[in-house]
Design a protein around this ligand. Structure first.
Ligand code: SF4
Ligand code: SF4
Length: 68
């Protein structure tokens, strides 16, 4: 699962960046290509500013499941 930062909620405390093992958080944004989906940043964010990306992949997953 990938995550994103809701900028309006983020107070730029920097905690998420400290715990990210992939150095995927840069300038208040999660670089999707780097994010491993470990969820560590979500746990440390006291402001619930990090949420799963509402992935467009979902629309890919369902059709392929139905095709079987
Ligand atoms: S831990 Fe939450 S509030 Fe702090 S910088 Fe990261 S997203 Fe923003
Ligand atoms: S989910 Fe893990 S890898 Fe992705 S930004 Fe958060 S801490 Fe970094």
């Amino acid at each position: 699962m990938k995550y994103q930062i809701i900028k309006e909620k983020c107070l730029k405390c920097g905690r998420c960046r400290e715990v990210c093992p992939a150095e995927a958080i840069v300038k208040g944004e999660i670089i999707q290509e780097k994010c491993r989906g470990c969820g560590a940043c979500v746990k440390v964010c006291a402001y619930k500013a990090i949420v799963p990306v509402e992935s467009e992949n979902k629309s890919h997953i369902y059709p392929s499941g139905l095709c079987r």
